[in-house]
Design a protein around this ligand. Structure first.
Ligand code: DAH
Length: 343
């Protein structure tokens, strides 16, 4: 047994001193130590000379030695870049891999996904409509007949080939698309891109994104509207956020309101985001106008509902404090990569 120990130690020492520098030297090492007539095999042959009482220890010793020799071989094989084949092909497998940059979601999509999933949780499903709309769905059916002044507020892009076709100015057009399907009750959330003929600046753009909500059922009241929107705000901005409703006017709702939240940056003390008022406006809302229900053959005595519409850029601006709208469409990766990586 002592003799075996010494022999193994000597061999281990020898192996440790060999550092094969190329494929040929590595192969020579393999043949010498690990080959069928190699020294590892040879030393295993010495087992027969070991006393029966020592056989167990000797077995362990030899196995550990074998592993050592194999490990040494594998290490150099790896360092040299794997098999001889890869080497011959000029591929160095030991080089670090090429870094593949992981993409990121667009910040507006991050926000939109979050809005949608918050409303999904309370039973709203997604509805979508076309970006090239007709006058009826975007305006007339929503209580904005041809001479309505509210149309002027939304500088509309018209499609040259057909004056009845426009680029939708708001996602409220999807309300019309959903209502004409005639399925009640309605509980939808409608994200999408909208267009207005505005000069591009830090604060305005010719296209942007909105998310519309529509809820129609029996016995829906303003209290339901408030509770749903309050739930949304606390999910989106945290449970400390306060809300307030200000009376407003939209042709498709009556009564109408605008909703503000307590400033998420200064907590209400006053800062640039809230223009030192402590409040930031985030959406328009109201009870669906009875005329609008009638336009789609729904009896306002039987059904009522609420609607709301919010700007996705606005919500994103508040969440991430982005203060130039143009950043969203410039595709500058230095800006884009600051947002959630794709999971
Ligand atoms: N469509 C409005 C806009 O673009 C936003 C809006 C206000 C939508 C009130 C609504 C609502 O559904 O009830 O400014």
């Amino acid at each position: 047994m002592e003799f075996l120990k010494q022999k193994v130690e000597a061999l281990q020492q020898e192996i440790a001193n060999i550092q094969p520098g190329n494929a040929d030297e590595l192969e020579a090492f393999r043949i010498k130590f690990l080959g069928t007539k190699g020294l590892v095999k040879d030393v295993f042959g010495a087992m027969k000379d070991v006393a029966p009482a020592d056989k167990k220890d000797a077995g362990q010793l030899l196995n550990a030695f074998k592993q050592f020799a194999e490990g040494h071989y594998e290490k150099f094989k790896h360092l040299q870049g794997g098999s001889g084949q890869a080497k011959q092909a000029g591929i160095d497998l030991s080089l670090p891999g090429t870094h593949m940059p992981v993409g990121t979601r667009h910040p507006l999509r991050v926000t939109e996904n979050e809005i949608v999933s918050i409303f999904n949780k309370i039973g709203f499903t997604v509805a979508e409509g076309p970006e090239i709309e007709d006058d009826w769905h975007n305006f007339t059916s929503l209580n904005m007949p041809a001479d309505h002044t509210a149309r002027d507020m939304q500088d509309t892009f018209y499609v040259a080939q057909n004056p009845d076709w426009i680029l939708r100015t708001h996602t409220s057009s999807v309300q019309a698309r959903v209502l004409e399907e005639g399925n009640l009750p309605v509980r939808v959330i409608c994200p999408g891109r909208v267009y207005r003929n505005e000069t591009i600046s830090a604060r305005a753009h010719c296209f942007f994104h909105q998310t519309e909500g529509l809820y129609i059922d029996k016995n829906v009241s303003f209290a339901d509207l408030k509770q749903v929107l309050y739930y949304f705000v606390t999910e989106m901005f945290g449970s400390n956020t306060k809300v307030r409703f200000r009376p407003s006017y939209f042709p498709f709702t009556e009564p109408s309101a605008e909703m503000d939240i307590s400033c998420t940056v200064c907590g209400g003390d006053g800062c640039n985001l809230c223009k030192h008022t402590g409040w930031v406006e985030i959406l328009g809302c109201g009870m669906v106008h009875p005329d609008l229900l009638r336009n789609f053959g729904i009896d306002p005595e039987e059904y009522s509902g609420f609607a709301f519409g919010m700007g996705v850029e606005r919500i994103t601006q508040i969440k991430y404090q982005v203060n130039d709208l143009r950043l969203y469409s410039q595709n500058d990766v230095r800006f884009l990569k600051q947002f959630t990586p794709i999971q």
